[in-house]
Design a protein around this ligand. Structure first.
Ligand SMILES: NC(=O)c1ccc[n+]([C@@H]2O[C@H](COP(=O)([O-])OP(=O)(O)OC[C@H]3O[C@@H](n4cnc5c(N)ncnc54)[C@H](O)[C@@H]3O)[C@@H](O)[C@H]2O)c1
Length: 372
């Protein structure tokens, strides 16, 4: 008989509930306990996991004996201190939502955690597990010959409302290029298979949230940016971000070009935001465009309806959980997205923000800017 794996969840708002819906699709799993301080969010989580124990503190949750693994899905600024709290109490596998930390001053704590924690940490990078991005990754070399240029364009809706509005200020979210773009910096490293050496960015807050006020303060988060990254293997990558473009058919358009051709993945945003009067939500696509003979080849990449309904990320949360469960069961030796991967993605985001502020490029060969 397969052992049931018991999960403990810290923070269970919008994304935590997506995790609950996806864990429910995995055999022999059980959400044992949830720490969620907001009553309304706790009620929604209870509706999805009625057998879970709702604890009053994180310490109470960590004291429950038969929890096998932990998920951290709290606001970004809580992550590092919660890792430290877990370090003091319980060493079991953790799946932690991105970004791992929000401020360069957190790095000292992160190093202490890395050196002392006796179990696995997997940083949740859902974009890696989206079927169209997996298809792009599988065919990228045969389609391009070798990647020379990689462009990630994200045109999407503004940041949603969050509990206590933590995503409206750089101080709590880490800033837009950390909070959400850490996904894309992670993808760049994954696809290019090299490390970044220099980053430069131009960005501003031009449209969104300017008429909002929280305790007399206006949000300070970037809503559009261009970021250029140079890699050690002489590949260059670019991120184009626009957060007032929800009219777009696709949310992410990723392209790689090399000497023999080009490959693109077109990734739709959450289906629940697609206007009903426009018919069914777009299907992800892969397009391969050889130079010789010319003639782009289009392929639809279908995602199971049940997985689409379980979240906003093209089924990726489910595929990530499948793999994380294998790690917890001991069938996978190491996390696919390590603590160092999560750290590097944040370091690139922080460097991009610094570049946008100063107008200067940031040297990522300098170990004060990027971990080795
Ligand atoms: N990988 C992805 O694609 C993706 C998508 C969305 C969110 N996220 C990440 O998931 C995390 C949660 O984001 P969200 O969208 O669910 O936000 P949210 O505001 O909907 O949920 C966060 C929850 O944490 C709770 N909380 C507040 N303080 C807490 C504390 N000290 N300890 C535990 N819980 C606390 C809040 O009450 C809230 O319910 C963030 O780190 C975010 O970056 C990742």
């Amino acid at each position: 008989m397969t052992k049931v794996i018991h999960y403990g969840i810290i923070g269970c708002g919008m994304m935590g509930q997506e995790h609950l819906r996806n864990i429910a699709l995995l055999k022999d799993t059980n959400v044992k306990a949830i720490y969620e301080p907001d009553i309304e969010m706790a009620k929604k989580a209870y509706a999805l996991a009625p057998n879970a124990i709702f604890t009053h503190t994180i310490n109470d949750l960590l004291s429950i004996d038969d929890i096998d693994c932990l998920l951290i899905v709290s606001p970004n600024f809580c992550h590092i201190d919660q890792l430290m709290q877990i370090l003091d109490k319980r060493h079991i596998p953790i799946l932690i939502e991105k970004p791992l930390f929000t401020n360069e001053n957190d790095v000292a704590k992160l190093k202490k955690f890395r050196d002392a924690y006796k179990s696995h940490v997997w940083v949740a990078m859902e974009y890696r597990y989206m079927p169209p991005i997996q298809a792009l990754s599988e065919k990228i070399l045969q389609s391009t010959g070798k990647i020379n240029m990689l462009t990630i364009k994200e045109h999407r809706f503004p940041f949603l409302e969050k509990v206590n509005d933590w995503n409206r200020f750089n101080k709590y979210s880490g800033g837009t290029l950390v909070e959400k773009c850490c996904h894309f910096f992670d993808l760049m490293r994954l696809l290019i298979k090299s490390e970044p050496i220099r980053i430069m960015a131009s960005a501003s807050q031009s449209v969104n949230h300017l008429d909002e006020s929280y305790d007399g303060k206006t949000p300070d988060i970037i809503d559009n940016a261009y970021v250029i990254v140079e890699f050690k293997n002489n590949v260059r990558a670019m991120l184009e971000l626009c957060m007032f473009a929800e009219g777009s058919r696709y949310q992410e358009e990723i392209s790689a070009v090399g000497p023999i051709g080009k490959i693109e993945a077109l990734v739709p945003g959450p289906g629940r935001f697609w206007p009903e009067h426009l018919g069914p939500a777009p299907t992800p696509k892969l397009i391969i465009s050889p130079r010789k003979p010319q003639g782009p080849i289009h392929e639809d990449i279908f995602v199971d309806e049940e997985l689409l309904n379980a979240g906003d990320h093209n089924g990726s949360t489910f595929f990530q959980h499948q793999k994380f469960l294998e790690l917890v069961r001991g069938n996978l030796q190491l996390p696919e997205v390590s603590l160092l991967d999560g750290w590097k993605a944040v370091a690139m985001g922080l460097a991009a923000q610094k570049s946008a502020e100063t107008g200067l490029s940031v040297d990522l060969l300098d170990k004060n800017n990027y971990p080795t």
